[in-house]
Design a protein around this ligand. Structure first.
Ligand SMILES: Cc1ncc(C[n+]2csc(CCOP(=O)(O)OP(=O)(O)O)c2C)c(N)n1
Ligand SMILES: [Mg+2]
Length: 329
């Protein structure tokens, strides 16, 4: 494992706290009626997106899921424009017409959240095929859940990616549940990473609540992918603290299981490492949290002032004109 300096750890902490607080504040805004539609909170899984993105370069691309805010923020998206999108405003990432499940920023290499379970996996595989054909050094990363690993799109993508040595990382966030169904009721295996073997691909299991471990496993898999040594299936063991969506009380989960995982909160683990081995003070950690809160409160205030789309624009930006003209009406 590579050494993590105090500065690096504080930076990682800031990114994880940004995701956590973004989601907590979004939940409050939804309860207050500012956000229409579903929210699927990423709280508890922050170390996965943060660790993976810490090992990527600017030309790499990502695909995401219905639980995508953390992936997008870890990639460096602007929380103010994300809130504007959630609030349905014209300055949001999708001009207020997509919401949580469709957020995208192609310039950042963030090829979109996705409401179709496993939908992002073939998209990333296709991007990786293009990178290989163009002899580019870039790679594609796709995040998905344990539930998605039962979908045909997952298996087809892994097969082709392995066959063609594509530069793609398959990152399974195993949070033990697909919607309200525990993993042992939707698949026989415990480690999704075992599925890599049937495609002749490397599979690794990592503690998804240890951000440095996720970063290091990703760095090694990325090195192999860029060297033409093929894709990797990375399974990050983690847990969502809240329900499947905001409003789900998650009563289907045993209390001791929830308590166990909350006792391994990825942010608390990193904060303890910082104030322990890495010699940071409680004040250093508190100031990271305060800076994030200030930034997010300003983002919300800005987003809440932004204009709504007008009805006459409802059909704009629905389809792209592939002949190069304006978006089709
Ligand atoms: C193709 C498809 N099937 C079913 C659904 C309904 N659905 C939404 S999220 C979800 C569970 C996904 O579980 P997992 O992949 O483990 O992701 P998690 O929610 O745990 O992050 C399901 C079944 C869907 N959106 N798309
Ligand atoms: Mg899951």
């Amino acid at each position: 494992m590579t050494e993590t300096t105090r500065e690096e750890a504080l930076d990682l902490l800031g990114r994880m706290v940004l995701i956590r607080r973004f989601e907590e504040k979004a939940a409050r805004q939804r309860a207050a009626g500012l956000i229409p539609g579903f929210l699927h909170p990423y709280i508890g899984q922050e170390a996965v997106a943060t660790g993976v993105c810490a090992s990527l370069g600017p030309d790499d691309v990502l695909t995401s899921t219905h639980r995508g805010h953390g992936h997008m923020l870890a990639r460096g998206a602007d929380p103010a424009r994300m809130y504007a999108e959630l609030f349905g405003r014209t300055t949001g990432y999708n001009k207020g017409k997509g919401g949580s499940l469709h957020m995208i920023d192609v310039e950042l290499g963030f090829l979109g959240a996705n409401g179709i379970v496993a939908g992002g996996i073939p998209l990333a595989t296709g991007a990786a095929l293009q990178f290989k054909r163009r002899s580019s050094d870039a790679l594609a990363v796709t995040f998905f859940g344990d539930g998605a690993s039962n979908e045909g799109a997952f298996h087809e993508s892994l097969n082709l990616a392995a066959l063609w040595d594509l530069p793609v990382l398959f990152v399974c966030e195993n949070n033990l549940y697909g919607e309200f169904t525990r993993q042992d009721r939707h698949q026989r295996i415990t480690d999704v990473a075992d599925r890599a073997a049937s495609y002749g691909m490397t599979g690794v299991v990592v503690d998804g609540n240890d951000v440095a471990a996720v970063r290091d496993v990703t760095a090694e898999a990325a090195r192999r992918a860029r060297a033409g040594e093929g894709p990797t299936l990375i399974e990050a063991k983690t847990y969502r603290h809240r329900g499947h969506f905001e409003g789900d009380m998650a009563k289907y989960r045993p209390k001791d299981e929830v308590a166990h995982w909350k006792g391994r909160d990825p942010i608390d683990l990193l904060a303890a490492k910082l104030t322990g081995d890495l010699g940071a003070s409680e004040a250093d950690v508190a100031s990271v949290r305060a800076d994030v809160d200030k930034r997010l409160d300003e983002a919300i205030a800005w987003a809440a002032e932004q204009p709504h789309p007008v009805p006459e624009d409802a059909l704009d930006h629905v389809y792209v004109d592939s002949l190069g003209g304006a978006a089709l009406r």
